[in-house]
Design a protein around this ligand. Structure first.
Ligand code: NAD
Length: 503
């Protein structure tokens, strides 16, 4: 990106950039410098209508495209995203702030869902029962819903949309994406790659914007289903509003992921995990570890190992190969995250590492910087424990036993991801069985499921019934039809009157 100031991001509707005039626009920032790097158009009702109309018009032909036609496009798209992964990673890094290697990692994880969707001929197979009555067969088919929408957060501008649209499109639906207005460029580049892959115009559309664009989709009569990923209050709103408008909805919300470290754990492994999962992408991950639950007596030794590793982390601009952690996404978010350092200390926590003092490669300028921070002796009534901080603040809660750790987790409203570190297989198995959390890691810090499993939390981390991608994604984006068929066959005696037709 040579001329950042002139960057102008607009909608992608019907296979091309939208050429209307935007009544409203938002600023795009370079979080490493704090400067505005471009503008993004915000959709109102007219642009949302245009995108949904394009998707609706494209649906009949795409629904009827053979499975091999669809998979051909998906395979080409997979190759193109793979070829352009570094370019996509740089686009993401420039607007989100995360280091380029993290951004490349998210593209790679998104690609895994595209690869999963390439298997759609197998995934869409229905069931068949021959002779449910004499010469009567019964079978089920999975059919697409129509126009479906995805509304996504800033923190994974490529991967989270890719949890949704590969599966939706492979199933025969057409898609309208409303990405985060904070880092909108990757979604448009992805739309261009779809077009290059041969996806018919209108099957994949992008509208940018804020609440007005989202509300336009939630109330649109032609949108059949809504997938959302973002914070819990907005997830709850999306779920209630979309459901009230008769739509199928899955709304994935926020997180407060606990990592339980038992006394018999390998503490070096646990400290490595806490630091990489706590500070990767500056903690702006829904699977970030935000609470380390240290079971007595490991607290002091574990803290020492964590501090040792944090001291070696290099903070700097995302496109500097030396940087291991970038800035936060906006100034407002940076300041909100930093406020938990003060409130934590005021409420009795110990500031073991103060990220406000971390040096930044190149000086940092006016960028949205906050270094890795460790708050020790955090307890459930503190704001730093109760709120989702979504930044580079690792909190440590000390407990006396496994049972106390489980009580802590049970009392937390979120249930996205969790991890346990132990060498006791029985304890790990008990944890996996008892814990009220959707995704569990055992000696693994960020248990993001593979594409062929499904991604989703429990409790306030998900509103709706289906998790994302995997078979739950296929079911979310299809409706089942059950068919019972009788074919008259004169050579076998003509009409069969034996089939019970009631009930
Ligand atoms: P957000 O909830 O602020 O925004 C998400 C989307 O909703 C964006 O597209 C945004 O434009 C839109 N939006 C924002 N306010 C709205 C409103 N009042 N009405 C309608 N739409 C609105 O989330 P964010 O700050 O972009 O992302 C961070 C959050 O996402 C964190 O809470 C994080 O835990 C969560 N997240 C969850 C998962 C998961 O899988 N559960 C994954 C990634 C991120």
């Amino acid at each position: 990106m040579t001329d950042n100031i002139s960057k102008h991001v607009t909608h992608w509707i019907g296979g091309k950039p939208f050429d209307g005039t935007a009544a409203r626009q938002g600023d795009i920032y370079d979080p490493a410098t704090g400067q505005v790097s471009g503008k993004v158009d915000f959709a109102g009702a007219d642009e949302v209508d245009a995108a949904v109309a394009a998707a609706k018009a494209a649906f009949p032909a795409w629904r009827d495209a053979s499975l091999s036609q669809r998979t051909k496009v998906l395979f080409r798209f997979r190759e193109l995203v793979h070829e352009h992964r570094d370019e996509l990673a740089r686009l993401i890094s420039a607007e989100h702030g995360k280091v380029v290697s993290d951004a490349a990692g998210e593209v790679a994880r998104g690609l895994e869902v595209v690869e999963f969707a390439c298997g759609i001929p197998h995934l869409l197979k229905g069931g068949f029962s021959e002779n449910v009555s004499t010469r009567v067969d019964a079978y089920s088919i999975l059919q697409p819903l129509g126009v479906v929408a995805g509304i996504t957060p800033f923190n994974f501008p490529a991967m989270v949309p890719m949890w949704m649209f590969p599966v939706a499109i492979a199933c025969g639906n057409t898609f309208v994406l409303k990405p985060s207005e904070k880092d909108p460029s990757a979604s448009v580049r992805i739309a261009e790659l779809w077009a290059e892959a041969g996806l018919p115009d209108g099957v994949f559309n992008v509208v940018h914007g804020d609440k007005a664009a989202v509300d336009g989709l939630l109330h649109h009569r032609d949108v059949r289903a809504v997938s959302f990923v973002g914070s819990t209050p907005i997830a709850r709103y999306i779920y209630e509003t979309a459901a009230a408008n008769g739509k199928r909805v899955q709304a994935l919300g926020g997180a407060k992921n606990h990592m339980v470290v038992l006394p018999d754990a390998d503490l070096d492994l646990a400290a490595d995990a806490a630091v990489s999962a706590g500070f990767g992408s500056a903690g702006e991950r829904c699977m970030a570890i935000s609470v380390v639950v240290a079971v007595d007596p490991v607290g002091d030794e574990l803290l020492a190992k964590i501090k040792e590793r944090v001291a070696g982390l290099r903070i700097g601009p995302g496109d500097d190969p030396e940087s291991e952690m970038g800035p936060l996404v906006t100034r407002a978010h940076r300041d909100k995250v930093a406020s938990y350092l003060d409130s934590g200390v005021a409420q009795g926590a110990t500031l073991a590492v103060d990220g406000r003092e971390t040096p930044v490669i190149g000086g940092g300028g006016e960028g949205f910087w906050l270094g890795p921070t460790v708050l020790d002796h955090v307890t459930p009534e503190m704001d730093a424990y109760r709120d989702e901080i979504f930044g580079p603040v690792l909190t440590i809660a000390r407990v006396g036993s496994y049972e106390e750790a489980m009580e802590l987790l049970a009392g937390n409203p979120y249930g996205n991801g969790t991890a346990i570190f132990t060498n006791d297989g029985g304890a790990a198995r008990r944890f996996q069985n008892e814990v009220e959390v959707g995704m569990v890691g055992i000696n693994v810090p960020i248990p993001v499921p593979m594409a062929y499993y499904s991604f989703g939390g429990w409790k306030d981390s998900l509103f709706g019934d289906s998790h994302a991608h995997g078979m739950e994604g296929v079911h979310f984006y299809t409706r089942t039809k059950a068919v019972t068929a009788r074919w008259l066959d004169p050579s076998h005696g003509g009409v069969n009157l034996g089939f019970p037709t009631n009930g």
